[in-house]
Design a protein around this ligand. Structure first.
Ligand code: PEP
Ligand code: MN
Length: 297
């Protein structure tokens, strides 16, 4: 039961009525269900978004699109515009920007898979909307309200990643900025939070699985989980993906790369095509326990 208490870090009943009435559930059984490019979110299917961290080259993204689709993924992920934590770049470690968006268009055409990609700046929305089926707002932009407003006004579905320091309350505030623009296709994505201990010094975040059932108590929006960014460590991706499904995740985002060790960004976290396909089978098996499914092909 949500408490009606003074405003604080956690969600109160008055927040649900006054701060984010559009993101809040109206009844216990209120859950949004909507279609994006033929795939329904918030229903029994748990859509999977898979692909490299970065759209590195045309060849890489086309190959990945074909292979993740073959393995059963519902959307191809990949950033052409990237929120890289530090400003330095090298020939390998650089954003492909407008060209990368074009390559995503080629990948979509050659594979038929839908695209989710990141929007960093309002001025690129037009070119991104030409190929994207879902606009991703990254964790670092979760509180960039003008960007969320502009993205929502395009009427493209939006996925808002939770900032690694944000409360559920602030995350729902960000979603309200999209919903208030009459854009009802909003997905939330947990991607790990910043805490003192992550159990490996290469891991920057801890997957907050508890936020999945917590969010579902208060919001009707689909909750996705990205175990790749959360764990930062390949061997932990599979167990935390399966745990995410068991926890009630409505969608999963995974980093999948043809040559994970040589990924231009975050090479410790992507999995290869074969591991992804096997993981899809396990995800499907776990989801059946909750009367849901992952594989529809
Ligand atoms: C991403 O998905 O590529 C990404 C940058 O994620 P996050 O915003 O969660 O760091
Ligand atoms: Mn990343």
């Amino acid at each position: 039961m949500i408490q009606n208490k003074a405003p604080g870090k956690d969600v109160s009943l008055s927040d649900m009525k006054e701060k984010f009435p559009l993101a809040s559930k109206k009844s216990d059984s209120h859950f949004s269900r909507f279609e994006i490019s033929g795939i329904t979110f918030g229903d029994e299917l748990i859509p999977v978004m898979a692909g490299p961290n970065m759209v590195e080259s045309e060849e890489l993204i086309v190959k990945t699109a074909i292979n993740v689709k073959k393995a059963g993924a519902h959307f191809l992920r990949g950033g052409a515009f990237k929120p890289l934590s530090f400003p330095y770049r090298s020939a390998k470690y650089t954003e492909t920007r407008e060209e990368g968006i074009k390559w995503l268009g080629v990948a979509k055409k050659e594979s038929g898979i839908g695209i989710i990609t990141e929007v960093m700046e309002e001025k690129y929305l037009d070119i991104i909307c030409d190929v994207a089926d879902i606009l991703q707002i990254c964790s670092r932009n979760m509180q960039n309200y003008p960007l969320i407003t502009a993205a929502a006004r395009t009427n493209k579905p939006i996925m808002i990643k939770r900032h690694y320091g944000a409360s559920l309350r602030d995350w729902l505030g960000a979603a309200e900025y999209a919903l208030i623009e009459n854009n009802e296709k909003v997905i939330l994505c947990e991607r790990g939070v910043s805490v003192p201990h992550t159990h490996r010094d290469s891991s920057r975040f801890l997957l907050d699985l508890q936020v999945v059932p917590a969010a579902k108590e208060v919001t009707h929006l689909p909750i996705a989980v990205d175990p790749s960014h959360a764990t930062f460590w390949r061997p932990w991706v599979e167990p935390m993906t399966l745990a995410s499904i068991a926890a009630g995740a409505d969608s999963i985002m995974l980093e999948v790369h043809p040559d994970p060790e040589n990924s231009a960004v975050d090479p410790l976290q992507p999995i290869d095509f074969n591991s992804f396909s096997k993981l899809m089978d396990k995800m499907d098996a776990i989801s059946k326990l909750n009367k849901r499914y992952v594989r529809n092909v």
